[in-house]
Ligand binder design. Sequence first.
Ligand code: ATP
Length: 237
Amino acid sequence: MSLLSIDNINVGYGEIQVLFDLSLHVNEGEVVSIIGANGAGKSTLLKTISGMLKPSSGAVSFDGEPIHPLPADEIVDRALIHVPEGRRLFSLMTVQENLEMGAYSKHAAPHAKESLAEVHKLFPRLDERRRQLAGTLSGGEQQMVAIGRGIMARPKILMLDEPSLGLAPVLKKDIFAAIKQIAEDFGTTIVLVEQDVMHSLAISDRAYVMEQGQVVMEGEADKLLHDPHIKKAYLGM
Ligand code: ATP
């Protein structure tokens, strides 16, 4: 049985339908990339999994149980954690305070100290800058805080929306390396939405390709890296 299972969901904003009869699954311990052009519906998919949007039909199941009827905070309590696009930090709070905000759920709170040590091990720079206001950090550092805040929630599934967006190439490399390390060190299952298809496939086990609200392709990441359609449409080769 898959840890996360999406079965034939239809999702939209009011009258506008964005996801069409979409199905996919994620097994425990996997890193799975969702790739696709702007507007394909990747963020909409993550918002549906985390309960911010509700499907008009179909089901989202976690650990064999339907979660789409639950409010978003109960989905967080089950350790299904969404790091949204654009970082969304509290800019007038320190790095440390932002990280601590991630550990508020009843399942994460008792482990906050231990989680913070793990985040500092993964991103030593956040330890150095723990008292700095988040709003004054560089883009790369802010992304580290956003991911770190996700780790503070002790996720069973960590969903990352465009973590490398807007970062310089060298920082991108650091972020992808950190994501790989999270999967390896903690065994966290990761769902990664990315525009940087090359880097995201390189650290993934499997991937789904979305076009216009539907899954049009799926497979092992290293096979997709060599697929002619992927090379032409997403890798610029
Ligand atoms: P991107 O990579 O550009 O973020 P995406 O694949 O994540 O793209 P979504 O953000 O899920 O795509 O958007 C899918 C479609 O849904 C787009 O046509 C978008 O305009 C539309 N959409 C997104 N949010 C809303 C909203 N709040 N109200 C109405 N339409 C929306």
